[in-house]
Design a protein. Structure first.
Length: 160
């Protein structure tokens, strides 16, 4: 029904003639220029909403904000446990902010329990802050490298 005709398309000679007519016209800019690379923006935190229940482990090099329920271990760079959140499992992150409930071990370089936090389990940390009003049942242990998951040599010798 329809056919493509080359009558109106400029050929190589027509394109050269157009260039000769307008030598001082600016060159056509490509539709998409992928040569310039802008600095990559840090991706936003992944959010698990309050109506979401996850059964299984979560692992990322990025940030996670949990508002729902997680039954499993979580490993992240920054982990924020929201006020409505419940986590049953071990959490490991560089920075951990607990506003909600955690049932299990907490391992982090920086651990912060806010006034609404409810933690039932051991906390292994490099630095810790516990606000007034936070509920905590368990032991607290400082380690230089709490993310490794192994006891320090001094702690291992003391346990024997």
């Amino acid at each position: 029904m329809f056919s493509k005709s080359r009558i109106n398309e400029p050929g190589p000679k027509q394109a050269e003639a157009d260039k000769a007519k307008a030598p001082d016209a600016p060159a056509a800019k490509p539709a998409m220029d992928f040569t310039a690379s802008a600095p990559k923006a840090k991706p936003a935190a992944s959010v698990l909403s309050s109506d979401l229940t996850v059964v299984g482990n979560l692992k990322t090099t990025g940030d996670i904000q949990v508002e729902g329920t997680v039954e499993g271990d979580i490993r992240a760079h920054l982990l924020t446990v929201g006020e409505t959140a419940t986590i049953r499992g071990e959490i490991v992150a560089d920075d951990i902010v607990v506003n909600g409930r955690v049932i299990g071990r907490v391992r982090g370089l920086k651990v912060r329990l806010t006034s609404t936090a409810r933690v039932e389990g051991d906390i292994i940390h490099k630095t810790i802050a516990i606000e007034s009003g936070a509920h905590f049942e368990g032991s607290v242990q400082r380690q230089d490298d709490p993310l490794s998951g192994t006891k320090t040599a001094a702690a291992a010798a003391k346990a024997e």
